[in-house]
Write a protein that binds this ligand. Structure first.
Ligand code: 5AD
Ligand code: SF4
Length: 427
């Protein structure tokens, strides 16, 4: 999401005469797009600021801005804590950046952290900063209306709003015409995408279908789904189109119904299992990945084991796993005690990671001997005469091949695998 936002920021500033440089030493303006989701994300920003401190000594007119969620969360306080920062700009105020930069240049600290109910940057064509020219992100909505107890997102990115469908579809068409072959539709909760124009509503299944109809050669992915809102109608749409990728990222967060209730996730373990069963029956070859949090307030050993057993049962192909990190101002911070020690959180996380490593390997091993359609994304990192791409299920495949295939679809037979990669040959 921050990559997509940075591309919007680049577009706004380009229009005002700025240019992106790959060389930080050359920059007259440095904007750090920040994340507040966990405390260590914020720690990394403070250390990044320290690491660029010397640049300000070398170049007196250099301006440094902190933008995004951390700017929103800390507001003016950033300026008190860090003398380096000249601008603080929240995620809904990027249109004001050119004026704010001018203000900073005149020697004032510039701040705009107003959240909006409408801003979706719909009319802005992002300046693509991805490297391969084949895959890209397209933001379809902003903000979030779910109040998960642990989560800072609704506070720093504001209320949910959906972008108008015409602007989304035209952005995808333009990407296709310029050679892109895969887009990932982005939102905090894509299943609740809904935009009414002239009394006609467009929901997510319809948007997805229209996106898929732009070209059978354009792959469509999306992230993130919420288990409480994942509908059979959506699953049926996915199953009807070869170019809608067979991969659903469905964060479970916990396998314990009591913890899910404390987290305010609005579903039970059984409901989550029912959604996985629906995926398996409607889209039999669908990969499923998840997010898990360990050591949420009052989580017992048995409840941790319930998370592990859910993961084992679901057989996730991939998972992002995190230790619970208390975020100031959230419902959990206000109402619950962060009473699981860091040692226990770490032990539970490690146990979870080793389980997932086993599940990921099992998922890849089951692909050996099968043939997959792979979109070629670029040269492989390890070797010049190998290419790398992904299957519809989002698994990385490496195989011998030459550059001119980049952007093509090839059929690859999987011969072997490592824990992270499938290895095969074009047939
Ligand atoms: N602590 C740990 N993990 C968190 N996430 C969100 N908030 C927190 C938090 N306070 C995780 C969730 C979410 C993912 C993007 O980040 O698993 O799905
Ligand atoms: Fe955070 Fe929950 Fe919204 Fe996801 S759905 S962004 S976890 S509040």
């Amino acid at each position: 999401m921050n990559v997509a936002d940075s591309e919007v920021v680049a577009a706004i500033l380009s229009k005002a005469g700025f240019k992106v440089t790959p060389d930080i030493a050359e920059a007259g303006l440095i904007l750090i797009n920040t994340c507040s989701i966990r405390e260590n994300a914020e720690q990394r920003i403070w250390s990044r600021l320290r690491s660029i401190k010397h640049l300000k000594k070398q170049r007196k007119d250099l301006k440094i801005g902190l933008i995004g969620c951390m700017a929103e969360r800390l507001k003016e306080k950033v300026l008190e804590t860090d003398q380096l920062v000249d601008l603080v700009v929240g995620p809904d105020a990027y249109r004001e950046l050119p004026g704010l930069v001018t203000e900073a240049e005149s020697g004032h600290k510039a701040v705009n952290v107003l959240l909006s109910r409408e801003e979706t940057y719909a009319d802005i064509s992002p300046v693509r900063m991805d490297k391969n020219g084949i895959t890209s992100f397209v933001s379809i909505m902003r903000g979030c209306n779910n109040m998960c107890a642990y989560c800072v997102v609704p506070y720093v990115r504001g209320a949910e709003r959906s972008r108008d469908p015409e602007s989304i579809l035209s952005e995808i068409s333009i990407l296709f015409d310029s050679g892109y072959r895969e887009v990932t539709l982005l939102g905090q909760n894509v299943d609740s995408y809904n935009r009414e124009i002239d009394g006609r509503e467009t929901g997510f299944p319809e948007l997805l279908e229209k996106a898929a109809q732009i070209s059978p050669l354009m792959r469509i992915r999306f992230s993130t789904s919420h288990p409480k809102d994942l509908s059979d109608e959506l699953l049926k749409t996915i199953s009807r189109y070869n170019n809608i990728c067979k991969h659903i990222h469905l964060p479970a967060q916990s396998g314990s119904t009591r913890i899910l209730k404390l987290m305010n996730r609005e579903y039970t373990r059984e409901w989550y299992m029912d959604r996985i069963a629906a995926i398996r029956s409607i889209i039999p070859d669908c990969a499923v990945s998840t997010d898990m949090i360990t050591g949420f307030c009052t989580e017992t050993e048995d409840e941790h084991k319930a998370s592990l057993s859910l993961m084992e049962w679901a057989g996730f192909d991939f998972a992002y796993m995190f230790k619970y990190s208390e975020r100031p101002g959230t419902r959990a911070a206000r109402k619950l005690k962060d009473n699981i020690t860091d040692d226990i959180k770490t032990a539970r996380l490690n146990e979870m990671i080793s389980l997932q490593n086993r599940l990921s390997l099992k998922s890849k091993k089951s692909d050996i001997g099968r043939i997959f359609e792979v979109l070629v994304e670029g040269p492989s990192k390890r070797s010049d005469d190998h290419l790398s791409g992904r299957t519809s299920q989002n698994k990385v495949v490496v195989f011998p091949g030459k550059e001119k295939k980049i952007g093509d679809y090839v059929m690859v037979k999987i011969e072997r695998c490592t824990s992270a990669t499938l290895i095969g040959n074009v047939i």
